[in-house]
Design a protein around this ligand. Structure first.
Ligand SMILES: Cc1cc2nc3c(=O)[nH]c(=O)nc-3n(C[C@H](O)[C@H](O)[C@H](O)COP(=O)(O)OP(=O)(O)OC[C@H]3O[C@@H](n4cnc5c(N)ncnc54)[C@H](O)[C@@H]3O)c2cc1C
Length: 439
């Protein structure tokens, strides 16, 4: 699938920095638009950066109409993944496990706003009373515990102060293998003519007369390209520094360490009758895993310290006892008879967090230099549309349109809904959002 460093292309129409799910989606759509694309990644495999740690949950609960449309439109591509790709990957296809999803009532979740957006966009949903929630998901404790507390806080163990209902969406679920999904995108991009170079870091960005000229690898080789896209995930800020554009961003991005834990089923007793749950009441999210276990992650409750990183390469990739105990114990309050393992099991990944937890998909003042960054732990699900959004911005800007003053819009092919892409502008005032991974 890859080309070695010695066979680097000398030029490309468009060069994508980063072969994560975002970069590969962009490569596919730029290729479909007729551009000769090269994708470069310093890792030795596609999707081996933050994408490989993704929980790959597909849900539609975003704070903005654009966020809801992007997630809903993407669902149709995940459902017909092979058709969307248009090329058969010998490695096999990533599978969309449709199981529906719950988000539990909580002051941290803008239920009325989100259901209003669902009604507007046409997403099926149902508000469940506590009794309905108990009836449909007897494995869930419907107690109200808000606000989330640290384990060391004795109020953590207080009895429930009441009962909560939930928002149920019958669509939604998860992608069984996020790295395979990324491989599928890259395979399709290559079938459309894209070139992939792995094991090659970009160390400099070359400009000429206020326009991008290409990139220089860490080994000093120059690849000329009139279009360069920063899809470097948690390294997005560093790449923007190479391009000298960081200062113009009203919305900044920062790497944040995040742990996700696995709860294996007790021998002979798979955890059944559960679904994906956003538990804003206790500050977690969880979903079933193939094999009957559960995967649990956090929703940045105020009581948990945020693990911001100065350097996205300098972090502990292993699950720690402290975070595991907090997340697993919160989960055990919500899921009855949960077999909590004695030792942490899981991984740590890195989010590329923007100020409002909404990504930046945009041009920059350096002509030909574009960004698809700040994915804030919630954009895997949107991978099918990100390439389309970025290709729309890029082709329109390259045709002479100033997206900053005359915003480009995009029509979602399945839902036929229009999206004003200035929503994702680097120059925006922060959107009113959840301020968390919920977006
Ligand atoms: C723990 C965790 C759980 C998540 N759960 C979900 C979820 O349930 N649902 C959801 O929708 N989203 C989720 N996300 C978010 C989602 O996975 C990310 O938004 C998405 O994977 C980001 O993809 P990316 O391509 O932008 O970044 P990455 O996958 O990190 O790719 C960027 C690539 O750029 C390369 N690169 C960086 N700098 C350079 C350079 N100088 N030269 C060459 N290459 C470079 C890196 O090697 C890397 O491969 C989660 C993320 C994490 C970390």
């Amino acid at each position: 699938m890859t080309e070695s460093g010695s066979q680097l292309p000398v030029s490309a129409d468009a060069l994508v920095i980063g072969a994560g799910v975002v970069g590969c989606s962009i490569a596919l759509q730029l290729g479909r638009a007729g551009l000769a694309v090269a994708v470069l990644d310093r890792n030795r495999a596609v999707g081996a950066g933050s994408t490989s740690a993704s929980s790959a949950v597909v849900r539609f609960h975003y704070s903005t109409r654009t966020g809801v449309i992007a997630a809903w439109e993407s669902k149709f591509s995940w459902e017909r993944w092979g058709d969307f790709l248009g090329h058969e990957d010998p490695a096999g296809l990533a599978r969309y496990i449709r199981m529906g999803g719950l988000v539990l009532e909580s002051p941290a979740f803008a239920m009325d706003r989100v259901t209003g957006l669902f009604a507007d966009v046409g997403i099926p949903f149902e508000r469940l009373t506590p009794a309905q929630l108990r009836d449909r998901f007897p494995a869930l404790d419907t107690g109200r515990y808000y606000p989330p507390r640290a384990l060391a806080d004795e109020r953590f163990w207080a009895d429930a102060s009441g009962e909560i209902g939930a928002l149920w969406t019958p669509d939604g679920g998860y992608i069984h293998d996020p790295q395979l999904a990324t491989h599928n995108l890259m395979h399709a991009a290559q079938a459309e003519g894209a070139r992939l170079v792995l094991g090659t870091a970009i160390a400099a960005i070359e400009t000429s007369g206020g326009r991008i000229a290409g990139v220089r690898t860490a080994a000093g080789q120059l690849i000329s390209a009139p279009i360069v896209v920063n899809a470097a995930g948690p390294h997005s800020g560093h790449v923007n520094d190479l391009a000298g554009v960081r200062g113009e961003f009203a919305i900044s991005t920062r790497p944040l360490r995040q742990e996700v834990h696995h709860i294996a089923p007790a021998a002979g007793r798979p955890l059944t009758g559960l679904t994906h749950v956003g538990d804003c009441d206790l500050g977690t999210y969880f979903r079933p895993e193939p094999g009957g276990g559960l995967l649990v992650g956090g929703q940045e409750p105020d009581c948990d310290p945020m693990q911001w990183l100065d350097d996205p390469d300098d972090y502990n990739p292993a699950a720690t006892t402290a975070v595991f105990e907090a997340q697993a114990t919160r989960l055990a309050r919500r899921v009855r008879d949960l077999p909590v393992p004695p030792r942490p099991s899981g991984i740590a990944g890195v989010y590329d967090v923007s100020d409002d937890w909404i990504p930046v998909y945009d041009r920059t003042s350096l002509r030909g230099y574009y960004v698809a960054i700040g994915t804030s732990g919630n954009q895997f699900k949107n991978a099918p549309v990100i390439g389309q959004l970025m290709t729309t911005i890029i082709t329109q800007c390259e045709a002479g349109r100033d997206h900053d003053t005359d915003p480009v819009s995009w029509r979602a092919p399945h839902t036929q809904l229009d999206v004003d892409l200035s929503h994702y502008s680097r120059l925006r005032q922060p959107h009113a959002s959840s301020g968390s991974v919920m977006g």
